[in-house]
Design a protein around this ligand. Sequence first.
Ligand code: RIB
Length: 312
Amino acid sequence: MDGHVIVLGGLNFDLVIRGSRMPGKGESVFGKSFHTFPGGKGANQAVQLARLGVQTHMFGRVGNDIYGDQLIASLEEDGVTTDALLRDPELGTGKGWVFVDDDGDNYIIVVPEANMNWAQGELEALDELLRGSACLLCQLETPVPIVEACLVQAKDAGLMTVLNTAPATKLPADLFTHVDLLILNQTEAAFYVGRSVDGADQAQSAAEALLARGCGTVAITLGDQGAVAADGSGARHCAAFPVPAVDVTAAGDSFCAALVHALLAGADLSRALQFACASGALTVTRSGAQPSLPKLAEIRAFMESARARHVN
Ligand code: RIB
C-alpha cells in the first residue's frame, strides 16, 4: 500500500460503567464496574489502522489537560503520528460516557468539547498532510463544515475519501458527492434514507438509495446480521462471524478501519467486507474502545479458523 491514511475525527476520554440496566428517571441503581479507556471514533479508527500496519496520521483536537495528554500518549504507543493534533486553548478534551449492559450492548453520550471547536483557518495543516497520503477517513464527531472542507480538499488531491456517518447528523446534500466510500450502521442508514433499515434486504435498498446521492461505494453494518456493501457493480452481503458479545463499543470503528485497510491493500469489495466483519467481530469479544481493537495477525488467524469450521 502506498501512502499513509489521515484520520480526521474525535478523540474522547471514555468513562465506562457496566451494569444490568440503566436507571429510569429519578431512580438510582448499582453498576458492576467502572473503567476509563482511550476512545473517540476518530482515535479508535486511527489506532485500528495502525494495528493493521497502516501508517496513520491523526488530525483532531484535544484540550490542554491530562485527558488530552493520555489520549495522545495512547495513540503514540500504537504508532499513530500525532504531529497534526491541535490543543484547544479554551475547551477540554472530549468525554465519552458509555454504559454497557449484560448483553454487551452499549449506550453512549459524547460531550465533544474541543472536538467541535474548529475554525476553518486551522485546516492549513491539511495541505502538508495530504502530500503522500492515500486516503482521508472522517466521522461526524467534528463539525460538518470542517469535515466537508477536508473531504473536498482530499478529493481534489486525488485521495480516496471515506466518511463514517457516526453519529448521524444532518448533512448538505452535495457532501455525498465528495465521498468515495460511505460507511454507516443500520440506525444511521435509516436516518439518512428516512425509513427503517432492518436486515440485509432493506440495507441493500438503503445502500442503493445512498449510492444515488453520489458516493462511490456504500457499506452498512447490521450487527449480528453482518454487513452489506454496494457499488456500481451491485450489492453483496457478508454474514456476521458468530462470537460471544462482551462489549460492542468500537466494533463499528474497527469495521471502518479494516474496510479501508483491505481496500487500500487491493482486496475486492467482497473480501474487504469479510475482513472488516471479522475485525469488528473480534472487537465485540473484548471490553473498552481502543483496548479491544485487534491486530492484523489476530484477524487473519480468526478468519482462518472460521474458514476451517466452515463459518463465513
Ligand atoms: O465508537 C465508539 C466511541 O464512540 C467511543 O469510544 C466513544 O468515545 C464515542 O466516540
